[in-house]
Design a binder for this molecule. Structure first.
Ligand code: ZN
Length: 314
């Protein structure tokens, strides 16, 4: 029997799990904090993999999900904003030299769509769009049964498309990107600005409302909170209409904490799709659904990558 090792590098946790050739239940798994005074993250990651290395079975491949722009063809992580020192890190080479088995990596949002396609909400689909909406917005695309990578592996940055020229500042430094308007951070920034202008709202008692606070206020009918989600949904709808025209997916999967706000966000989003798509063919059979894999999406995306690359599908 062969073993596959999946690694999920997060800003707060490093997770490693081992799997057999089939199935999604880990044989063994472990997690440790990403940051520690006891050594560098890379050394601790290597130790964690070594600790779970099977004593009898052969390891077929290692797949790794990493939290930043990545060139999967070269096996290099360009940067990981939450992990000091991880810049231009040749992670594949480092781990292949240490463990002597094939290693493949991908950014976490790209591997999330791979995981949802292989094991989750998008099984059986051939064209899939995935957006994770939390403090930022990440994305990934399955296009005609392949993970869309682009020339340098940098495709799928669905949060950094311009939906409002000269709009609010994005986490990346540019203005008017989807992330600046429809992420949890963008929703909260809008509410804080409106409160500063003196808008009445139950949220004015909260000095720093986050997207969850705003979602709860919206469910209670607070007009400013409802407007904040309607605005986020509108810009999400504008972006998704653009994606429909480019990729023509059969399913759009929404992950991340903000997507749990449900119809507060998706109602206004769907209204935009249905009024601005080129034709009803783009949306009349379109499934819009929530992500299915939850907290394990990084590990399962990495597992899918390890198994697929062994079969040389991508
Ligand atoms: Zn941006």
């Amino acid at each position: 029997m062969s073993t596959y090792i999946a690694v999920d590098v997060g800003g707060t946790q490093l997770r490693v799990a081992t799997y057999t050739e089939e199935g999604v239940t880990p044989h063994q798994q472990a997690r440790i904090p990403t940051k520690s005074s006891e050594g560098q993250a890379i050394d601790r990651l290597v130790d964690l993999i070594a600790n779970l290395w099977p004593s009898h079975d052969k390891v077929a491949a290692i797949g790794i999900a990493v939290p930043g722009p990545t060139n999967p063809k070269l096996g290099i992580l360009y940067s990981a904003p939450n992990i000091p020192g991880w810049e231009n890190l040749p992670l594949r080479q480092l781990l292949e030299d240490r463990f002597g088995v094939p290693v493949n990596l991908g950014n976490d949002a790209n591997l999330a769509v791979l995981g949802e396609w292989y094991f989750g909400a998008a099984r059986g689909h051939h064209n899939v769009l995935y957006l994770t909406i939390s403090t930022g917005i990440g994305g990934g695309v399955i296009c005609d049964d392949r993970l869309l990578l682009g020339e340098d592996g940098l495709a799928g940055e669905l949060g950094h498309v311009t939906v409002l020229p000269d709009g609010p500042l994005c986490g990346c430094g540019q203005r008017g990107h989807l992330e600046a308007l429809s992420s949890g951070t963008g929703i909260a920034a809008f509410v804080v600005e409106e409160l500063r202008k003196g808008r009445p709202s139950a949220l004015k008692l909260n000095p720093a409302p986050n997207a969850r606070d705003i979602s709860q206020a919206a469910e209670m009918g607070d007009p400013l909170a409802v407007e904040a989600f309607a605005r986020a949904g509108k810009y999400l709808g504008i972006a998704i209409t653009n994606y429909l025209h480019v990729f023509n997916p059969s399913i759009v999967i929404l992950g991340g904490g903000v997507s749990q706000s449900g119809s507060l966000l998706t109602g206004p989003m769907r209204a935009i799709l249905e009024t601005s798509a080129l034709s009803a063919e783009y949306y009349k059979r379109l499934t819009i659904t929530r992500a299915a894999l939850g907290d394990d999406v990084g590990l399962l995306g990495a597992l899918a990558l390890a198994r697929i690359t062994q079969r040389e599908v991508i």
